[in-house]
Design a protein. Structure first.
Length: 303
């Protein structure tokens, strides 16, 4: 019978080069501060502005909250480990990181899908938009996203927690995830690996298909609009499409395969755990005049 003899794991971290680690420490410290400040600014702006009361901004405020939470699962530990020689994490801490990472990550995927549905209704049925996407519907969609993320995360965590570890206990990553843990398990992990790929990968691909269909419907409906109306409608969607590609693309690359790890996985993981949450506030503010004007009013009030 396989038994779990491992009480902690040793993380290899992002790099073994001390000089590169010092540079990365400064860089990721700035990145994490930008994530916190940028997303908090969006949340405060939306909550305090009377103009930003549409469902789109309601969803955007939750997206910013999830981005803060999701990056906090990995970024502080990554930043700390860049300065220490021995990078360890307890077994319980590792499992908790698996749960939290998949919880917030999957919730964000569902929320991005909900935001695509919102844009589809707003553009295709503008006269009925306020009746279809009302406050109760918005609240229900956000709640469903949280529940979906929770269920997915529970499944992933249960798959990871039942694995027996006899040693070695070194994870070639900067945070705990299911795939690196599967490599360390002292048992046949083929079925569990397929289950992990089915759970994470199918969710990512299914949501991506829904997103593609939503924007295909939008493009078809725009054929009857004037060129000015088309440009305006497309302009409101480009920010969301950019975020979807930046977040879902790396997720599909990581999770739509069995228990196999590549050398590029760490850099790809950095992209969806840190870079995308940092870019989201910039993407949504630089291309949105309403948000920029609301921020200016907020700043003038503070001054």
């Amino acid at each position: 019978e396989n038994k779990n003899n491992v009480t902690e794991f040793i993380l290899h971290g992002l790099t073994q080069d001390k000089t590169v680690a010092k540079v990365c420490f400064s860089l990721f410290l700035v990145f994490y501060a930008t994530i916190i400040l940028g997303n908090l600014l969006i949340i405060i702006t939306i909550k305090t502005s009377e103009q930003l009361n549409s469902p789109m901004y309601f969803f955007l405020s939750y997206l910013s909250f999830i981005d803060i939470s999701y990056s906090t699962v990995t970024a502080p530990k990554l930043i700390y480990d860049l300065l220490v020689e021995k990078k360890t994490i307890s077994f319980v801490g590792c499992i908790a990181q698996v749960f939290a990472g998949h919880f917030f990550g999957c919730t964000e995927i569902f929320l991005l899908t909900v935001m695509a549905y919102d844009r589809c209704i707003a553009i295709c049925k503008p006269l009925h938009y306020t009746n279809i996407v009302n406050k109760h519907v918005c609240g229900g969609l956000v709640a469903a996203s949280w529940v979906g993320g929770f269920v997915h995360s529970v499944v992933q965590t249960l798959l990871a927690i039942q694995l027996p570890f006899c040693g070695p206990n070194e994870i070639d990553h900067y945070f705990c995830d299911v795939h690196p843990l599967l490599k360390l398990a002292c048992t046949d992990t083929y079925i569990i690996g397929v289950s992990v790929a089915a759970n994470s990968g199918v969710i990512s691909v299914s949501c991506f298909v829904v997103l593609v269909v939503s924007y295909a419907v939008i493009l078809v409906s725009l054929r009857t609009r004037s060129s000015e109306g088309c440009l305006k409608a497309l302009y409101t969607c480009t920010s969301h499409i950019t975020v979807v590609v930046l977040f879902l693309g790396p997720c599909i690359f990581i999770y739509m395969r069995p228990s196999t790890t590549f050398s590029a996985d760490k850099m790809v993981s950095v992209f969806y755990t840190i870079i995308t949450p940092m870019l989201n506030p910039l993407i949504y503010t630089l291309r949105n005049e309403e948000v920029k004007n609301a921020m200016k009013k907020l700043w003038s009030r503070k001054v």
